[in-house]
Design a binder for this molecule. Structure first.
Ligand SMILES: [Zn+2]
Length: 285
């Protein structure tokens, strides 16, 4: 999706922007009027559409932004001190910020992140921003080693070690205050939600296919577990995220592993599909 660029033309009635302004774009057009938008939960808007879903705007040199995105403050000036390469991480990172809000992350919380793919690494960065102690699990050592470089406190190869035993050992038998399941695999959700500590939050973050999972209602009741999910982010999360990236509270430059142009765009799709890169961007230069 085209999430950043220079303003080339300004539509009628648009104020406070000039041709040539460098901007980042929240990609979802929301109505701003439904009960969810009025509660600030724009990502649950009843009439949303967006770039790449509903309107064109995926990987094009020029994109017409609908007025809804402008009206909700979804077009954010970057100024001169924020590079496009950093700014483009604000959208995915803002989803992890939304998850952190839902998980009520606080200093000293133990957080278990399932999956050390690109989104798992962003959860890691966000949880470290909140001063949490982070355990991250994956099957691939090279991903875990990257997570270690990015500040994870505990790396767990769940193919080689018993994840349940490891998490209980690292948390004195309590489990994690927040379990963020970054993989949308129903069995992984069912197996790992049980690693949530009493009073903790389990967040289904990766989008799963239609499916059913089993849970014991006593687990929710007696342990006061919050089982929830996070879908996308709000425009406010997006704006907050740009500021965190700008002031380097969250460093994102090490997430960028590959650069593409429109000419070798299909390589980007293949590499993403085969999980051969952390985060790739398509540039238009
Ligand atoms: Zn709405």
């Amino acid at each position: 999706m085209k999430l950043w660029g220079e303003i080339a033309v300004i539509g009628d009635g648009v104020e406070n922007f000039s041709v040539g302004d460098r901007v980042g774009v929240y990609p979802i057009a929301v109505c701003g009027k439904c009960r969810y938008c009025l509660q600030g939960r724009h990502n649950l808007c009843e009439a949303e559409f967006g770039l790449g879903h509903g309107i064109e705007g995926g990987f094009a040199e020029y994109v017409r932004l609908p007025r809804e995105i402008v009206d909700i403050g979804g077009v954010v000036k970057l100024g001169d001190d924020l590079s496009y390469e950093d700014a483009v991480m604000a959208e995915p990172l803002s989803c992890t910020l939304a998850a952190a809000r839902t998980c009520k992350l606080q200093k000293g919380h133990s957080v278990l992140i399932i999956g050390a793919g690109p989104m798992g690494l962003m959860h890691l960065k966000t949880a470290k921003y909140y001063d949490c102690e982070v355990m991250i699990a994956d099957l691939l050592d090279e991903r875990l080693s990257l997570a270690g470089k990015m500040g994870a406190d505990h790396l767990i190869n769940s193919g080689q070690k018993n994840l349940h035993e490891e998490v209980m050992r690292l948390t004195d038998g309590r489990g994690a205050d927040a379990v963020i399941i970054s993989l949308g695999i129903p069995q992984v959700i069912e197996d790992n939600m049980k690693l949530t500590a009493k009073g903790g939050v389990c967040n289904i973050f990766g989008g799963p296919p239609p499916s059913e999972i089993k849970l014991d209602p006593r687990w929710l009741h007696y342990m006061e577990i919050t089982l929830t999910g996070t879908f996308a982010s709000t425009p406010e999360d997006f704006r907050n995220c740009l500021e965190l990236i700008r002031d380097k509270s969250i460093v994102v430059s090490d997430l960028l592993s590959h650069r593409f142009t429109l000419d070798n765009f299909l390589d980007a799709v293949e590499k993403a599909k085969n999980q051969e890169m952390v985060r790739g961007i398509v540039t238009f230069d």
